[in-house]
Design a protein around this ligand. Structure first.
Ligand code: PLP
Length: 381
């Protein structure tokens, strides 16, 4: 539970990140996929939770491999994790060779062109360089198509100077275990593996690892689940929430029948309503699509475990919520804390209510809210 007594009086909102839960989530996912190993995806500032705190917590509990998206993220990760394997999903941007070798990061190479450049650089400096290969099996986003894999296998020389650590692919529809695309991607992957160096394989992210053993390879790559997210609607991952977000009530007002609330007057009270104005808006990560015109359902907040709907437009700094029907509406006053994410409103709830997903909610957490971290002392190997 967030201890509100410790929050500065000036804070409009508070994000509480339980690093103990982050570490225990990594442990639980790791146990679920044994004998495969578990990496941690810490791109986008550890999904908004704060990479400066997330990586040390994950290291303390025994995580040895990290995935980031960008080279800049890899630099930050390297400073925090001097000994770990750091995989860069963007791969090799043209001209970024030295930036990668300076920090001993492993580019996840997604095309023959990237492999040629990386291999040429290895020759130029007369050293072997680490690499991971990304094979496309049907997502058509990043990864080598089958013809690149065949060309690579036939090249003879391209692999000479590379220490390949990992061959990976990424699934398109792993959040739906019934989707036939999962098995067809796995079959494409298995069909291409004999053409590639015999090294560890990796296919599954948070959702994919719930598809069962055949999808684990030797290394799984969860991100969202580590931070308490449930990526797969039908298969609950063995993880607990990590992030709790609250914002302050700035004002409570009674709105008479016929009055409207918010920009463009999209909500009109058809009976007397009590409205709380909460210090969180789209600049704080409440999507504007969580707005609710009269008769629509949008986002929500919670007080004391009871939900109160957003009414009217979400604006940059503020939302207006209807607290009329709360059992204890009188307890909501100036300075009260509204739960935006927490035990009553999950990341998935907040995402669905705004027509998006919990991932986007998590990675948009407010830069304007006070942050507290807890649970580091509970982390075990
Ligand atoms: C972001 C990402 C992951 C992690 O995905 P989650 O769904 O957050 O677990 C894994 N692999 C790749 C290639 C990614 O881009």
């Amino acid at each position: 539970m967030t201890n509100f007594d410790s929050i500065p009086a000036t804070a409009r909102g508070v994000i509480h990140i339980d690093l103990g839960k982050l570490a225990s989530n990594w442990q639980s996912l790791g146990r679920a996929v044994l004998p495969a190993r578990c990496a941690a995806v810490v791109k986008a500032n550890a999904y908004g939770t704060g990479v400066n705190r997330a990586i040390p917590a994950l290291l303390k509990t025994g995580c040895q491999s990290f995935f980031v998206a960008t080279i800049d993220e890899a630099k930050t990760a390297r400073a925090l994790a001097p000994e770990s394997a750091i995989f860069v999903l963007d791969g090799l941007l043209p001209g970024s060779e030295t930036a990668l070798t300076d920090i001993n990061a492993v580019p996840v190479l997604s095309s023959l062109a990237e492999i040629e450049d990386w291999s040429a650089y290895a020759r130029k400096i007369g050293a072997h360089l680490p690499a991971a290969f990304h094979v496309d099996t049907g997502l058509n986003r990043l990864g080598m198509p089958a013809e690149d894999v065949r060309a690579l296998a036939g090249s003879g020389t391209l692999l000479e100077k590379l220490n390949v650590y990992l061959v990976m692919s990424h699934l398109a529809s792993a959040d739906d275990s019934e989707d036939a695309k999962n098995a067809s991607q796995l079959a494409v992957f298995d069909g291409l593996l004999p053409l590639l160096p015999t090294v560890a394989t990796s296919i599954a992210a948070s959702d994919g690892l719930m598809l069962g053993k055949s999808y684990h390879g030797q290394l799984v790559r969860p991100g969202y689940a580590l931070y308490g997210g449930q990526a797969s609607p039908a298969h609950a991952a063995p993880v607990e929430p990590v992030v709790t977000v609250h914002a302050r009530v700035l004002q409570v007002r009674d709105v008479a029948t016929g009055q409207t609330v918010g920009y463009s007057a999209t909500y009109q009270a058809n009976e007397p309503r009590r409205i709380a104005t909460v210090a969180a808006g789209y600049a704080d990560g409440v999507p504007r699509s969580a707005s609710a015109a009269s008769g629509e359902t949008g986002g929500m907040v919670a007080f004391d475990g009871q939900r109160a709907p957003i009414v009217g437009r979400v604006s940059m700094d503020l939302i207006t919520v209807d607290i009329t029907d709360l059992a204890n509406a009188d307890a909501v006053t100036r300075g009260s804390w509204a739960e935006l994410i927490g035990p009553t409103i999950t990341l998935e709830d907040a995402g669905a209510a705004a027509g998006t997903i919990g991932y986007e909610i998590l990675t948009s957490l407010s830069p304007r809210f006070h942050r507290i971290y807890s649970g580091e002392d509970t982390i075990r190997q």
